[in-house]
Structure formats: structure tokens, C-alpha cells
Design a protein around this ligand. Structure first.
Ligand code: URA
Length: 424
């Protein structure tokens, strides 16, 4: 077997069998297949797709490329949540303690930011002292003690995905339904959970740009879950504008705290209630309506926030120390009218450029910077009224570039729903 024949086979749109896919993954992991060869194969996959059998096989190979986490020592049904990635998406920070406060154990492993999308682990690290690197035994012990833990994926969880993902990020091969499905499901299945809820983002600031593609991806992931007897539910949600008002690590943690205290933005609160109700329903085998009652109650009675404080303390974080830049610039609208579009993709990219510095051997992240939107799509704004605040470090900002992210018109277009569909 050799990689050139395999690339040619896929380039001419012929399916790869298990042995060929296994050869590719194992030889790429050990360095015998080069990045240039792997990129070429990935591009052939992006262009020609994969059939279901190839997708199932690739998922299986990637999930078995590293450790399979054993969560059997955690009591009860373990429910996990994953998002395909968005801007301002701090849902996990609210969901984990909220669902745990309703009595469902959540052993959550998360990742860092990718492209224009934020990452839960970077957000958590904006809480001074928060330890995202628990050993497996500590992780299990903490979930048994307080009902939840939130940690960084261990280096050896689906390492094939880690290496392939980094290459996809650099070679414009992220936006492929088979590659996204195998990437997400290999990690989720290796993480040892029983049931999975996936937030599939749809829109210009998501990897899935339209509803049809998002449905295909969701149906595929549900099928993969079924193959491993792990109930998987996908919720298709709007990513045409940022979720909530804040973008930026510390700012997003602060907004999560507001939401846990039932004072969060409407869209984030609605999404959190939808996802948490599903997780509690499948975690406790109760109806969605009963689950939703508990979820709303725990947002209102302070139990969700109490659980968040317990989680932060258990992982050595100082909830009173979440620094935000004091250098704030208020940007005002130059027009009066309805906001018909906010370019979340561009705002995400500007924020990423503001917060990330690449040094020779390290990526440095400044958690204190970001944006806070004063207006969302559908709102009316007056000329000279504040539209967005920028929390800056020493960078210059391009006010025009930020204002160009907003479209303002005399009339409103049809409002899009936040939740498009639920696929099980
Ligand atoms: N999130 C993942 O984990 N993998 C992808 O390929 C895309 C989004």
C-alpha cells in the first residue's frame, strides 16, 4: 500500500476501504506520511466527499488512535455537549453547572479556539488560577464529588484528530461534512460519555453555511452515535450574529455569570435552556417539559450559579478575579435605522487578532480584550448612539472596520429563529 495510490484513488472519486484509511491515519501519526501528502488527500475528500462506510471507518480509526477514557467510576448517565463552533458561544460555561445542578453528572472535556471561533478552555483560563489540566483520577473524583468538571482534552484523546485538524486549519479543508462529523464524533466517543448533545451552528459565522448542509451533518453524527449505542441529539442553531452580547474570553465568562444568575441576554438564555433541558431529559430519563421546569427553576433560584462557584473553587479558580481591560472605546453608529446584519465572522476574526500574539514558540492570549455589543440584529439604533464597546490592550483599532460589521437599514427583514431544528 502506498499513499500516492491512495490519494489518486480518492482524487478519482473512489471510496477508500478500512485498511487504506487505517494506513493513512497510522502513517500520518508516525510521520511517515508527510503534511503535503495528507493535505492533498484531505482536499480530495473535501471535493469528492465520503460515503457512510468510509465515514464510519474513519471515525472508528480516529477514536481508537489514542486513549479511550473510562468514566465507569462516575455514577449515573454521563451526558456531554459539543458545539461545532461559533462567535460569542459561551454556552458550555453556563450549561455544565446548570445541568449538574439538576442532578446530571457532566464530565466535560473542551478545546481551545479555532480560526474565528472561541474555545471554552481559553475562556476558563481568564478566571485567575483556574486549572484546566486535571489528571484522569482527579477529573473522575471531582465529578463524583460535585457533579461536574471542565477540563482540557488530554493530549492523547483522539490524537489523529488533533494532528489532522491542525493541518485542516492551515489548508482550507475544515469545511467538509465527512471530516467534521468524523472529527467531532471520534473525540466524543473516545471521551467515554453515554449520551451526546451537539449544537450544530448554521450561518455565515459557522462552518455550516446553510441549513441543508447542517442537517446532513447532524443526521450523520446521529447515525454514528447510534452505531456505538450512544444516543446523539443535534440542535441546529443560528450563527448569523454573535451569541449573546460579549465576545472575548473574560467578557464571555462575565456574561456567563450573568446568565447563571438569570440576567443573561435573551438568545443565550434561550439556547442554554433548550440544550440543558435536552441534557437533563436524557440524563434522568424524564420528559423534556419536566426537565425544562427544573432547568428554569435552577436558573432562578441561584442553584446553577452556586454550582458554578463550586466548580471554579474545585479547580482553584478565583471567581473574583476575572480581569477585563480598562481601556475601553465606545463606537457610535453613524446612521439611524434597524440593524439587519452583524458580521459575526469578521468580529470574531478582529477579536482573535486583538487577543492573540504568536511568539517564536508560544501562542499568547490576552483574555482581557474583546467586544460588548450594545445592539443586536432587529434593534433600532440612533445616529451617534453607542453600538459596540471595544476593550483594548495596546493595539490600535480600526473603527471603520468595526462599523462595517453592522448593516443598518430603514426596515427590518424577516427575523430568523434561534433554534432551527432538533435531529435525533
Ligand atoms: N469542531 C470539531 O471538533 N471538528 C471539526 O472538524 C469542526 C468543528
Amino acid at each position: 500500500m502506498n499513499i500516492i495510490d491512495i490519494i489518486n484513488k480518492k482524487r478519482t472519486n473512489n471510496p477508500l476501504n478500512y485498511e487504506e484509511l487505517n494506513y493513512v491515519v497510522s502513517h500520518y501519526l508516525n510521520g511517515e506520511i508527510l503534511d503535503c501528502q495528507m493535505s492533498s488527500l484531505l482536499m480530495a475528500i473535501v471535493i469528492n466527499g465520503m460515503n457512510d462506510e468510509e465515514i464510519f471507518n474513519l471515525t472508528d480509526i480516529m477514536l481508537n488512535s489514542g486513549d479511550i477514557i473510562d468514566l465507569s467510576k462516575i455514577k449515573g448517565i454521563k451526558v456531554d455537549k459539543h458545539s461545532t463552533g461559533g462567535v460569542g458561544d459561551k454556552t458550555t460555561l453556563v450549561l455544565v453547572p446548570l445541568v449538574a445542578s439538576c442532578g446530571v453528572n457532566v464530565a466535560k472535556m473542551s478545546g481551545r479556539s479555532l480560526g474565528h471561533t472561541g474555545g471554552t478552555i481559553d475562556k476558563l483560563e481568564s478566571i485567575s488560577g483556574f486549572n484546566v489540566n486535571l489528571q484522569n483520577e482527579e477529573f473522575v473524583k471531582q465529578v463524583n464529588q460535585i457533579g461536574c468538571a471542565l477540563v482540557s482534552q488530554t493530549a492523547n484523546l483522539a490524537p489523529a484528530d488533533k494532528k489532522i485538524y491542525a493541518l485542516r486549519d492551515m489548508t482550507a479543508t475544515v469545511e467538509s461534512i465527512p471530516l467534521i462529523a468524523t472529527s467531532i464524533m471520534s473525540k466524543k466517543l473516545a471521551s467515554g460519555v453515554d449520551k451526546i448533545v451537539i449544537d450544530v451552528k448554521v450561518g455565515h459565522a459557522a462552518f455550516m453555511k446553510n441549513l441543508e448542509d447542517a442537517k446532513t451533518l447532524a443526521q450523520l453524527m446521529v447515525k454514528i452515535g447510534q452505531k456505538y449505542s450512544k444516543e446523539t441529539i443535534c440542535v441546529l442553531t443560528n450563527m448569523e450574529e454573535p451569541l449573546g452580547n460579549n465576545i472575548g474570553n473574560s467578557l464571555e465568562v462575565l456574561e456567563s455569570i450573568d446568565t447563571l444568575n438569570n440576567h443573561g441576554p435573551e438568545d443565550l438564555t434561550e439556547l442554554v435552556i433548550t440544550l440543558a433541558s435536552l441534557m437533563v431529559s436524557i440524563g434522568k430519563n424524564i420528559s423534556i417539559d419536566d426537565a425544562k421546569k427544573q432547568v428554569i427553576e435552577n436558573l432562578q433560584n441561584g442553584k446553577a450559579f452556586e454550582k458554578f462557584k463550586e466548580l471554579v473553587a474545585a479547580q482553584n479558580g478565583d471567581i473574583n478575579n476575572i480581569p477585563v481591560s480598562e481601556h475601553i472605546v465606545s463606537i457610535k453608529s453613524q446612521k439611524t435605522g434597524f440593524i439587519t446584519k452583524i458580521d459575526a465572522y469578521k468580529l470574531g476574526m478582529i477579536e482573535r487578532n486583538m487577543n492573540t500574539k504568536f511568539t517564536e514558540n508560544k501562542t499568547l492570549i490576552d483574555p482581557t480584550v474583546g467586544f460588548s455589543l450594545n445592539k443586536k440584529v432587529g434593534d433600532y439604533v440612533l445616529e451617534n448612539e453607542e453600538i459596540i464597546k471595544v476593550y483594548l490592550n495596546d493595539n490600535n483599532i480600526n473603527v471603520k472596520e468595526i462599523l462595517d460589521c453592522f448593516e443598518i437599514n430603514n426596515s427590518l427583514e424577516n427575523e430568523l429563529p434561534l433554534i432551527y431544528d432538533i435531529i435525533k
